[in-house]
Design a protein around this ligand. Structure first.
Ligand SMILES: *[C@@H]1O[C@H](CO)[C@@H](O)[C@H](O)[C@H]1NC(C)=O
Ligand SMILES: *[C@@H]1O[C@H](CO)[C@@H](O)[C@H](O)[C@H]1NC(C)=O
Ligand SMILES: *[C@@H]1O[C@H](CO)[C@@H](O)[C@H](O)[C@H]1NC(C)=O
Ligand SMILES: *[C@@H]1O[C@H](CO)[C@@H](O)[C@H](O)[C@H]1NC(C)=O
Ligand SMILES: *[C@@H]1O[C@H](CO)[C@@H](O)[C@H](O)[C@H]1NC(C)=O
Ligand SMILES: *[C@@H]1O[C@H](CO)[C@@H](O)[C@H](O)[C@H]1NC(C)=O
Ligand SMILES: *[C@@H]1O[C@H](CO)[C@@H](O)[C@H](O)[C@H]1NC(C)=O
Ligand SMILES: *[C@@H]1O[C@H](CO)[C@@H](O)[C@H](O)[C@H]1NC(C)=O
Ligand SMILES: *[C@@H]1O[C@H](CO)[C@@H](O)[C@H](O)[C@H]1NC(C)=O
Length: 484
């Protein structure tokens, strides 16, 4: 008799649990294991392929077939309008996206992929029903895996200047001098790739990267006795400090441009999930973007994640992913969509490959304590730093040429600071080790540009001085100088 009373209570409890309905998700994903940045072009390795494929399988079981299934999303045969897959132009990132998709929407087999033609014969998709999913291009982060210096991929003038300021901070200079001996001890390990003089904290990430790749792939590293667990851990931590220093500064948001752009892309896509849902369409449910760790670090800083866990100041491992889940705990009758005030967002992160045996963890955003927050709070907080339009990007970055010319101030003087013409390092494959130096030259050029503008405005004339000649190059030439 007691049982019959208990059962309805139990099923109510289960009902309450199951009442959460996932309506959309946005994943930002790092590439899998790759070859080192210092030997471009970097390639995704077989290990890396396997990592992103495994992650794709995991997210398939989470969002396409499992209990957190995104409502209304196709389980087996992909419906392209429900999905947005993006990556910058970069071999490692685009290949990672494709590998991930193979796990997310695996081949459907011969039967499901068979189509009948008008003349009565049947045709089957190649490779057991392999599904074709285009990877679209996002402009931010292009070439990121072949560039040693973090902001090279951003193309944003003011972000580069801000990152360069890291090289004159006390924090940087203290580490540069206190780690001299440590890096010196590493010279015999990496002198096949780097000049001894480049093996310092200044190049902490590329040095770490080369050694990390060798530790994974090369069983015969020269002078490997130097690489004790303690040394390896130190160079990793130093690389983390270096990259976080370049990616984020609490008193100077400009440095975090990759994170601001990512925030804009997340907001735009999740907004389109809600807009389509409200309009009764089944489009735009699942956004997946592949990108570099720079965007992770900048975003972590902007979103206050180091307050939730100090690990968020470290470079995420290969194939790491962060997810923004859009869900509601209200009943959602078929054919309806919740009102905006009933929508919530949950942030999850997994350091390294996510899988059934190691799932992402939820963390509170913006220094809060709740792991689920109302959509409106999420959207307002992200909007504070999100860059959503080209105009916003151009204005913040101080770019005024190319696509940005349309937004340049009317009386823009092309030789003024930020007026640009700094044909910079972008696509050229300089040695990774000197990336920061190029940045430094850009700073110098802008300072000099500022001086030129001042003289122009104030009617001063430069009275010769050969000593200035070294610096008085047109902003285009400092790159050539730095490359040499
Ligand atoms: C990456 O692959 C290309 C050919 O596909 C090769 O030329 C290059 O050396 C590879 N890079 C590394 C670091 O192995
Ligand atoms: C039917 O059309 C397809 C495509 O045009 C062609 O490859 C196939 O040979 C045709 N089958 C027959 C039986 O004519
Ligand atoms: C952060 O920015 C502030 C203000 O621009 C600057 O004083 C400080 O040195 C910067 N810190 C680092 C580590 O770059
Ligand atoms: C690297 O350092 C080792 C040990 O000092 C030396 O034997 C070797 O010749 C160096 N290699 C290069 C390419 O400089
Ligand atoms: C392994 O390290 C040795 C010594 O530096 C180098 O010659 C070789 O090319 C490396 N092999 C791979 C696969 O990276
Ligand atoms: C989506 O974006 C539009 C345009 O910025 C805005 O008016 C609308 O309120 C947003 N919708 C939601 C649900 O945030
Ligand atoms: C990821 O793990 C590495 C150690 O493998 C750590 O250094 C780093 O801080 C972690 N990053 C995040 C974002 O959790
Ligand atoms: C992960 O778990 C789900 C069910 O929880 C299962 O359907 C799926 O096959 C598992 N995936 C792998 C790769 O083991
Ligand atoms: C912005 O300016 C920088 C430096 O001048 C340049 O390298 C970059 O290509 C510009 N980006 C765009 C989109 O105009």
């Amino acid at each position: 008799m007691q049982y019959s009373l208990l059962l309805p209570v139990l099923s109510l409890l289960i009902g309450a649990d199951a009442a959460e309905t996932v309506l959309g998700a946005y994943i930002f994903h790092r590439h899998g294991d790759r070859t080192p940045k210092s030997l471009p072009p970097a390639n995704l390795t077989t290990l890396g392929y396997d990592e992103v494929y495994t992650s794709g399988q995991y997210y398939r079981s989470r969002y396409l077939t499992g209990s957190s299934k995104i409502r209304g999303i196709n389980k087996d045969i992909v419906k392209l309008s429900q999905l947005s897959v993006t990556s910058p132009v970069d071999n490692v990132l685009q290949s990672s996206a494709v590998g991930f998709l193979q796990g997310l929407y695996p081949p459907v087999g011969e039967t499901m992929s068979t189509q009948s033609l008008a003349n009565g014969s049947d045709v089957q998709a190649p490779m057991n029903g392999y599904q074709l999913i285009p990877v679209n291009i996002v402009s931010s982060g292009t070439g990121s895996e072949d560039n040693g210096w973090l902001q090279d991929a951003s193309g944003c003038q003011n972000a580069k200047l801000s990152s360069n300021a890291y090289f004159s901070s006390a924090e940087y200079n203290n580490l540069l001098s206190s780690t001299k001996d440590l890096y010196k001890s590493l010279v015999p390990v990496v002198n096949g790739t780097f000049d001894a003089s480049d093996v310092t904290f200044k190049n902490a990430y590329v040095v770490y990267d080369l050694i990390n790749v060798a530790e994974i792939h090369n069983s015969s590293i020269p002078s490997s006795s130097v690489l004790t667990p303690s040394t390896l851990s130190q160079i990793r931590t130093l690389a983390d400090a270096h990259e976080f220093g370049l990616a984020y500064n609490a008193s100077d948001d400009m440095r975090a441009m990759p994170g601001m752009q990512l925030a804009g892309e997340i907001l735009k896509y999740m907004n389109s999930t809600i807009t389509s849902g409200t309009a009764g369409s089944s489009a735009n449910k699942f956004g997946i973007q592949f990108g570099a760790y720079a965007s992770f670090l900048s975003f972590f800083g902007l979103a206050g994640l180091p307050k939730a866990n100090v690990d968020f100041t470290g470079v995420p491992d290969y194939a790491s992913s962060m997810v923004f889940e859009l869900f509601t705990t209200k009943d959602v009758p078929t054919g309806t969509f919740p009102t905006t005030s009933d929508l919530q967002v949950r942030f999850l992160f997994h350091n390294g490959t996510a899988s059934n045996s190691s799932e992402p963890t939820a963390y509170p955003l913006f220094g809060g304590s709740e792991t689920a927050i109302p959509w409106t709070t999420f959207s307002n907080s992200l909007s504070k730093f999100a860059v959503k339009t080209t105009e916003d990007w151009c204005t913040k970055c101080g770019n005024t040429t190319g696509t940005c010319a349309a937004y340049a101030p009317a009386n823009n003087n092309p030789s003024a600071p930020n007026g640009n013409g700094n044909r910079n390092a972008g696509g050229s494959h300089m040695s990774a080790a000197v990336g920061g130096v190029i940045g430094a030259f850009v700073t110098l050029a802008v300072v000099l540009g500022g001086l030129a503008a001042f003289m122009l405005l104030a009617g001063f004339r430069l009275v010769s001085k050969q000593t200035l000649a070294g610096g008085r190059k047109t902003p285009g030439s400092e790159v050539v100088e730095a490359k040499a």
